[in-house]
Unconditional design. Structure first.
Length: 150
């Protein structure tokens, strides 16, 4: 398809066209770099080592408490900043039945920390999820996210 487009473009350029126009068309006729011999792949960038312990020592305890509250329909908003509490309240009718439907918590495993937030893999009876929890300096939950595990 590219050779046809280039040929069509060359036919449309008049013979007396400025050099810039010809240069633009000529750029389309560069050799295909995929035809060159394969190069050895570059070494992958070293992975950033995950922290061995959570950024906040209470992360797992508070996460378990929030999950239990969501499953029971009694989320303890005093654990959260006012902003996060307001956001969770807005979504409570949608997320509470979802989290309750996951079933009993079977395992909570610390995965790593980044920028002061902790990542946990939470396995329920019927779902595997990943949770991020982050705290303010005064020990209130300021970030709380979950998604299906990858």
């Amino acid at each position: 398809m590219k050779p046809l487009l280039i040929a069509a473009a060359l036919l449309l350029v008049p013979a007396a066209a400025p050099t810039a126009a010809l240069a633009q068309v000529a750029a389309g006729s560069l050799p295909n770099s995929f035809d060159a011999p394969a190069r050895a792949p570059r070494a992958a960038a070293p992975a950033v080592p995950a922290a061995a312990t959570p950024a906040n020592a209470r992360s797992e305890e508070v996460l378990r408490e929030i999950i239990a509250g969501a499953q029971a329909g009694t989320i303890d908003y005093s654990l959260m900043t006012d902003d996060l509490a307001a956001r969770v309240r807005e979504q409570e009718t949608a997320i509470q039945p979802l989290i309750a439907g996951f079933g009993a918590v079977q395992a909570v495993d610390f995965v790593g920390s980044q920028n002061g937030a902790d990542l946990f893999a939470v396995t329920f009876a019927t779902a595997a999820t990943e949770w991020v929890i982050g705290f303010t300096e005064d020990d209130k939950v300021a970030a709380l996210l979950f998604r299906p595990a990858e």
